[in-house]
Design a protein. Structure first.
Lengths: 112, 405
């Protein structure tokens, strides 16, 4: 029996490197961010063409939530979306960090 | 939070025809100009040769009359009076039509030259004095009344909310204008237009100069023709006078012979060529008047050219007040229509709309900084990014499907 069959949500709760990076940025900024701001802040790790696919996937998993940008008066152009990390995303990131630290400690113990 | 910058787009339309068509028109015009010039030159040479020949014949007649020698001159075949009258009248009508044509040409040339010069001047002025001032700190926003008005007229565009207004002043200078004058305007230039306009101005000046030169040659030929006609009539008068002198001489000689068979020298009266009476067409048997043909004066042609230029300037100034607003779509709106049709609304909202929003944000930000080439480059790159997002969406769907299995 595979892991997916035992726990269907296990695959969905896995965090990729890009997702972790996005969550870190959102939690560090303590404010809602545009996708473009995240791309510019990532220093080249995130791309403009792929970030929204990643964000949409994260939203499906429940790691982030989004809302259209508020506009004070009718403006032309398409409204962009603001993103923020959810509690689930924060916990998932903390769990991943803990797992990474355990993994690193385990490796160092095995080496010694 | 970043405010979306000014939203407008260059649709790169020029009121002059496309360059292929314009090139064909210019080529045809140059061909016509060359043909007219060559034909006018040939006419002038023919008329000049006829004039010189008649001048020489008349001089020979006058000198032989002074010396009292017998005169032998080749007689020309004279046209019948009716045919002559018809030919003259037709020539007169053609000359009048040509005169009107050349004045109209001067008018049209002045109009076109002034029009192109105005547009070139505007382009140069914008390039020199702008330096990005028009693109900074100027916002274009549509107020509620304007949105309502546009919604009534263009509901589809308003629903997609990719609207902006652009008021074309000239093909080289656009102003995006809000109805309220307190809100700033945006001015956009077409960088490739100056070279086109300079080329067009050069072609227009060359064509106008060529046609005016051809007109000058043509009217010289016509003037030579009329001078030759005067010489022809003068020669006819001289020949009549020669005939009379010969008749008198013969009569005097034969009448004096029976008196003493002694010869008497009779001196011919001096004939001054300049005082020879020139017969005009009004005095001949056909009875039609002399054609008084007036060549177009240079000042009149210049006046007509200036008049055409004034019309062009008036049209330009009036056009600024009566020009229509144009609604065009922002970059990426066609892609949005495409994904709206083919994709789930959730994906459109979460993936594609934010990408296009960033596209427009960066594009208009670059334009507001006066960096048009950067805006173009951004647009090119976002085409690729949009395609990448489309592909990734499909790949992610496939991966998720297989992962769940």
């Amino acid at each position: 029996m595979s892991n997916n069959e035992q726990n269907p949500s296990a695959n969905l709760l896995a965090i990729s490197r890009k997702e972790a990076l996005i969550l870190e940025m959102l939690l560090a900024s303590r404010a809602d961010m545009f996708g473009l701001e995240m791309v510019e802040a990532s220093g080249g790790n995130l791309k403009r063409g792929t970030i929204y696919v990643t964000l949409q996937r994260m939203k499906e998993k429940g790691f982030v939530e989004s809302r259209p940008e508020p506009r004070a008066m009718p403006e032309i152009g398409i409204s962009r979306r603001l993103y923020r990390a959810t509690g689930l995303g924060e916990r998932a990131l903390a769990a991943q960090r803990a797992a990474q630290s355990i993994w690193v400690v385990g490796l160092s113990v095995a080496e010694t | 939070m970043a405010t979306p910058p000014n939203s407008y787009q260059d649709i790169s339309q020029l009121t002059i025809p496309s360059w292929t068509l314009l090139g064909m028109i210019l080529l045809a015009s140059f061909t016509v100009m060359c043909t007219v010039t060559l034909r006018s030159n040939a006419e002038r040479e023919t008329a000049s040769a006829k004039y010189e020949a008649l001048l020489g014949q008349n001089a020979a007649i006058v000198s032989q009359l002074r010396r009292g020698h017998p005169i032998t001159i080749e007689t020309e075949v004279e046209e019948a009076p009716a045919e002559k009258a018809t030919t003259r009248l037709l020539r007169h009508a053609v000359a009048v039509v040509q005169l009107v044509f050349y004045y109209a040409l001067a008018l049209w040339g002045g109009f076109l030259t002034a029009l192109v010069a105005i547009r070139t001047w505007i382009e140069i002025r914008v390039r020199v004095s702008n330096l990005g001032k028009f693109f900074r700190s100027q916002r274009l926003r549509l107020n509620d009344n304007l949105i309502h008005k546009v919604r009534l007229e263009y509901p589809r565009y308003v629903e997609s909310s990719h609207l902006f207004y652009r008021q074309p002043i000239t093909p080289v200078c656009f102003v995006v204008r809000h109805q309220s004058r307190r809100i700033g305007t945006l001015q956009q230039r077409q960088t490739a237009t100056l070279s086109k306009l300079v080329l067009l101005l050069f072609c227009g000046l060359a064509l106008t100069s060529g046609f005016l030169f051809a007109a000058k040659v043509h009217f010289t030929a016509i003037q030579l023709g009329y001078k030759a006609e005067k010489l022809r009539l003068e020669r006819k008068g001289l020949l009549d006078q020669v005939r009379r002198e010969q008749e008198e001489f013969e009569l005097a000689r034969w009448s004096s012979m029976p008196e003493g068979l002694s010869y008497e020298i009779i001196e011919l009266p001096d004939i001054d060529g300049s005082k020879v009476k020139v017969l005009t067409e009004s005095s001949n048997s056909a009875g039609f008047k002399t054609i008084s043909f007036k060549t177009p004066s240079l000042w009149l042609l210049i006046t007509f050219g200036l008049l055409g230029g004034a019309v062009a300037i008036g049209r330009f100034l009036l056009g600024r007040y009566f020009s229509r607003h144009i609604i065009v779509s922002a970059p990426g709106s066609k892609y949005l229509a495409f994904v709206d049709f083919f994709y789930h609304p959730n994906k459109v909202e979460e993936i594609f709309k934010p990408i296009i929003g960033d596209w427009q944000h960066e594009y208009f930000k670059a334009l507001s900084e006066g960096r048009k080439n950067k805006a173009r480059w951004i647009s090119v790159r976002y085409h690729y990014r949009f395609a990448l997002a489309l592909g990734l969406t499909h790949v992610y769907s496939l991966v998720r499907t297989f992962a769940r299995k």
